[in-house]
Design a protein around this ligand. Structure first.
Ligand SMILES: Nc1ncnc2c1ncn2[C@@H]1O[C@H](COP(=O)(O)OP(=O)(O)OP(=O)(O)O)[C@@H](O)[C@H]1O
Ligand SMILES: [Mg+2]
Length: 268
């Protein structure tokens, strides 16, 4: 696929829920593209429709209007080329299966032969630093380690696009920093396209090559900001850069505007 052909295309996506007291317009209209190999963060205020957006683009929820296209095909069911990591890792791993079997499950479901499957599982667990934990059970691991297993499971599947919904909201600050670095390393090592949703402004700037800022509901894309920080990032030096501070200030100001309901995009 040529570099500039989008891998994921979201066009005029709209989602209105039928709530108990009438319709809830969660997403007003969202349009954006993700090119192959990009690492895009989506940030927006709580309740602005981030999870709704991810459910629509992973084929779990039909949009009210508009379309989602992955690799040229319209998404109407969970696509094989996409892996999704949700926030609640505790509920996404099976306690009665070992780490090895949890990570191998989607490959088994896809009919990948045993030998090939085990090799892919071992590679993925090595990648997330859990090569030693193959035979443990999820409940024997810390929260951060469980989230690594969830990431390994997504990686072993070799998706073209990895979608993550606030995956680190429930871990402590140090673990979160380690997991952020893990995501950037996986992205660089494997060349996978990543779409990462967070409500944390600093995290979006630290991780992303691009940040899409969403307005409050009914949601639109408030700004699409390129993150021109060096590719090699680390928690201390990158976060201490004047450019990092400038970018986080820009994102912060836009989110404040979004909260006040000012949805007209300022020039980036
Ligand atoms: N099944 C549903 N039925 C009715 N309304 C819903 C449903 N799911 C979500 N909503 C509403 O849609 C809006 C967007 O919700 P969503 O969970 O997508 O937001 P979010 O940006 O992911 O929030 P958070 O940052 O808290 O995770 C909210 O007003 C929410 O109450
Ligand atoms: Mg959410």
């Amino acid at each position: 696929m040529p570099e500039n052909t989008p891998l994921l295309s979201v066009r005029d996506l709209k989602k209105t829920y039928q709530g108990a007291s009438g319709p809830v317009e969660a997403i007003g209209s969202i349009t954006f593209d993700v090119r192959p190999g990009e690492l895009v963060c989506i940030v927006g205020p709580s309740g602005c429709g981030k999870t709704t957006l991810l459910k629509c683009l992973s084929g779990l929820l039909p949009p009210t209007a508009g379309s989602v296209t992955l690799d040229g095909a319209e998404v109407t069911a969970p696509p094989k080329k996409m892996a999704v990591v949700f926030q609640e890792y505790g509920r996404s791993l099976y306690p009665w299966l070992t780490v090895r079997d949890n990570v191998g499950l989607p490959l088994k479901a896809r009919g990948v032969p045993r030998r090939e499957r085990l090799a892919a599982v071992e590679r993925a667990l090595e990648e997330v630093g859990l090569g030693h934990a193959l035979d443990t059970y999820p409940w024997q691991l810390s929260g951060g380690m469980q989230q690594r297993v969830a990431i390994a499971r997504a990686v072993a599947y070799e998706p073209e696009i990895l979608v993550m919904d606030e995956p680190f909201a429930a871990v402590d600050a140090q673990t979160r920093a380690d997991l952020e670095d893990l995501v950037r390393r996986v992205w660089q090592d494997l060349g996978v396209t990543v779409l990462f949703v967070t409500h944390d402004i600093d995290e979006s700037v630290y991780l992303g090559e691009r940040v899409l800022m969403l307005s409050s509901s009914p949601t639109v894309v408030q700004q699409d900001l390129a993150i021109d920080l060096p590719a090699a990032r680390d928690q201390l030096t990158t976060r201490a850069m004047p450019r990092f501070t400038e970018l986080r200030t820009q994102v912060y100001e836009q989110i404040q505007r979004a909260k006040r309901g000012e949805t007209v995009a300022a020039p980036s």
